[in-house]
Design a protein around this ligand. Structure first.
Ligand SMILES: N[C@@H](CCC(=O)N[C@@H](CS)C(=O)NCC(=O)O)C(=O)O
Length: 253
């Protein structure tokens, strides 16, 4: 490592500084977590797939361990640091990576302001709407309702409304993809908008929806499933087989 003495102290130069940044990165993650999947894809796209990635086990409360709690008071994953810079919140981590390492790996956000606006709007639009319609209104309701309450009319009507909303939302993304000028959601290059959208599409499939009536989304899913960054980030327990049918909440939409 070459250090330079300057009026503001000791500084490592160019390449070494970058290597140090990479070496000092650490990610805490859990299998099946959509925000973790998102950050891992972004890390691989930026060329940082080899950093220290510590998997926690949710059922053992691994996300509440001291090591995470000192970095993230919510005790959630993803928790990330790049040297002494701690960054939590999956979207913030992706934005940080792009800001700190704009010339490494895939350019997830375009420089051109109009294109930047399109990508960031699409990423946030996907996060806000798909998170609400697929996860909060369907998957979480099913997870948090007891078997007895699932027999009741209230649950059935909430799920019916939730599934209708999820179906309409996926149709919106089918329409957007059809209009895209390329194979990705914002045109011809893979961007942050794809990182966000893909994880939700994969989640829909994981929860039993085979995208049968959404051919463009299906092709998008099949193609991107084979992308290196996505294969490397795939939640390990998803590889063990499909969810049992009773948990495939998004199956009958
Ligand atoms: N908004 C956060 C959400 C993080 C989050 O909710 N992580 C979940 C796993 S998907 C978690 O750690 N939950 C444990 C808890 O909240 O105690 C992000 O995007 O990073």
């Amino acid at each position: 490592m070459h250090w330079r003495k300057t009026p503001t102290g000791l500084h490592a130069s160019g390449r070494e500084l970058f290597a140090m940044g990479k070496k000092d990165m650490k990610l805490y993650w859990g299998s099946g977590s959509q925000p973790c999947f998102r950050v891992m894809i972004a890390l691989h796209e930026k060329g940082f797939g080899g950093i220290d990635m510590k998997q926690i086990i949710f059922s053992e409360n691994g996300h509440k361990c001291d090591e995470i709690m000192v970095k993230n008071h919510r005790g959630q994953v993803p928790t990330f640091n790049d040297g002494d810079k701690i960054v939590n919140e999956s979207m913030a981590i992706c934005l940080y990576l792009e800001k700190a390492y704009p010339n490494e790996g895939t350019k997830l956000l375009p420089d051109d302001p109009a294109k930047f606006a399109k990508v960031i709007q699409t990423a946030i639009e996907a996060q806000e709407n798909l998170n609400m319609k697929l996860l909060i209104n369907c998957v979480y309701i099913a997870w948090t309702t007891s078997a007895a309450d699932k027999e009741g009319e209230e649950y059935k009507s909430r799920m019916k409304a939730g599934l209708e909303g999820a179906k309409k939302e996926l149709e919106i993304w089918e329409g957007k993809l059809k209009k895209s000028a390329g194979e990705f959601i914002c045109g011809e290059t893979f961007t942050l908008a794809d990182v966000v959208l893909f994880v939700f599409v994969a989640t829909a499939v994981r929860f039993g929806n085979n995208l049968a009536n959404l051919p463009t989304l299906r092709t998008y899913y099949d193609t991107l499933s084979n992308r290196d960054s996505i294969k490397a980030s795939w939640p390990p327990h998803w590889k063990d087989g499909d969810l049992e049918q009773s948990k495939q909440v998004l199956r009958d939409m």
